[in-house]
Ligand binder design. Sequence first.
Ligand SMILES: *Cc1c(COP(=O)(O)O)cnc(C)c1O
Length: 242
Amino acid sequence: MACGVSAREAQLRANLCAVERRVANACEAAGRDPGDVTLVVVTKTWPPGDVRLLAGLGVRDFGENRDQEAREKARECDDLRALGVRWHFVGQVQTNKARSVASYADVVHSVDRPALVEALSSAAERCSRVVECLVQVSLRDEPGVLAARAGARPEDVAGLADALAGAPGLRLGGVMAVAPRSLDPVEAFARLAAVAAQVRSAHPGAGVISAGMSGDLEAAVGAGATHVRVGTAVLGVRPPLG
Ligand SMILES: *Cc1c(COP(=O)(O)O)cnc(C)c1O
């Protein structure tokens, strides 16, 4: 058992190192300071033990996309908050899960509708927390096809940003997107950067651009991402969901 654990630690260390090098290389290519890019390691489907190993390797930002799993993992790893560990919720939030998500998430990357702003705001207030929120932007070409509600339409982002900025218990951090498969990531993240600039012109403190995953983090860093959300490249290919 001890042998297995240390093998996992060695694997995570090597993977983390490789991802950090990719981020550093992308920053160098873009003339950016690597200190301006936060690596959020997405631990969905992986056990709390991996969170502990990664925290031991210096990771402080963890991402999850399903409420129940996230809530349990955050609880099991509650002691790590003393080290500065923060939880990022990156998946779709059902309105009836807002209360739960607001109880442990430090950052919600996926705010895409006014009803969710209201639900998160009252939930955060109820537990006396301040939750940073990002507006998730849909970068799809076909504006009519908002399949499974993956983000707000670009023309709706300013209104959502204003609502977040004025909502008690919430703090507007910036924007987030997932590059659609149908689009070149460089083009997708350029679109996101334009939306981010609009948000920042109205809300100068809202400088977060959450973009880039295992497969496209270089394009995201090139377009100004401040946060990359990486799962597979650090933890390996996820076990299939049960
Ligand atoms: C799972 C997930 C990631 C990480 O994806 P990888 O390809 O495993 O790096 C990033 N963002 C969101 C929203 C996710 O759900």
